[in-house]
Design a protein around this ligand. Structure first.
Ligand code: PEP
Length: 249
């Protein structure tokens, strides 16, 4: 039985003035123990967030694959751990797009995170152009193939299917499209790692809100959500945690 995970991604949002939001989200996470929740914040907020987050795991949104070295502006897994992070997002489409990160980068970063005890949310997803060209399935399969670490296991790795065209746009795939892609992702995981694939959670991400979370989280093989815009305030994020709880009771 895979527990639902609702993870927030604050992207480049949040100053210390927003710590009360994190406290309120943490209180909701504590009040809904049948659901796993987590919040991935900017590097600068990891330490202060971890101080107030109680049982709510605080994570990063990226890391460098090396432990240390001449990599100006980058952050390593040991640095994240020292600040209080327990997880990290890897391979988010905004990194793949804006920073030209490849699936091999995601593979290296996921492995580095795991080496230092961080759990990983590994993101995959097609662009609108790729979907329109009928290539969405092949793109997602190839991303999984190239970015999944060799020792991937549900104990520490979660996959997130995030169609790029649905991120921050208010547009979502149909429930049938989500079910189809999650089934494909599950099959690809099974082909690569065998039965342990059944323990790997697959999140959906892309314009999830309190209004659509119940429907999306009920889709087969959707084990939770990765949430951007609607994770920035407790008012918007807590209803998504509650929607997951309603399906977990
Ligand atoms: C994301 O950043 O991973 C995301 C899904 O964003 P949004 O919920 O805003 O579409």
């Amino acid at each position: 039985m895979r527990r639902k995970l609702v993870a927030g991604n604050w992207k480049m949002h949040g100053l210390r003035a927003q710590l009360p939001e994190i406290e309120a989200i943490a209180a909701a996470a504590a009040a809904n123990p049948s659901v796993d929740a987590a919040l991935c914040v900017p590097y600068t907020l990891i330490h202060p967030a971890a101080q107030v987050a109680g049982v709510l795991p605080i994570g990063a949104q990226d890391l460098h694959e090396a432990d240390k070295g001449a990599h100006t502006g980058c952050i390593s897994a040991p640095m994240l751990v020292e600040e209080g992070a327990t997880l990290t997002i890897v391979g988010h489409s905004e990194r793949r797009g804006d920073q030209h990160e490849t699936s091999h980068d995601a593979y290296m970063k996921s492995s580095a995170a795991h080496r230092h005890g961080l759990t990983v949310i590994l993101c995959v997803g097609e662009t609108q152009v790729e979907r329109d060209a009928g290539r969405a399935e092949r793109v997602v399969q190839a991303q999984i193939e190239k970015s999944l670490p060799d020792d991937a296991h549900g104990d520490w790795l979660t996959l997130a299917y995030e169609p790029r065209w649905a991120i921050g746009t208010g547009r979502t795939p149909t429930m049938e499209e989500i079910a189809a892609m999650h089934a494909i992702a599950r099959a690809k995981l099974h082909q690569m790692i065998g039965d342990p694939a059944l323990d790997v959670r697959i999140l959906y991400g892309g314009s999830v809100t309190g209004a659509n979370a119940g429907e999306i989280l009920a889709v087969e093989n959707v084990d939770g959500a990765l949430v951007g815009g609607a994770s920035l305030t407790a008012d918007k994020f807590v209803p998504i945690i509650q929607a997951a709880k309603a399906l977990s009771a």
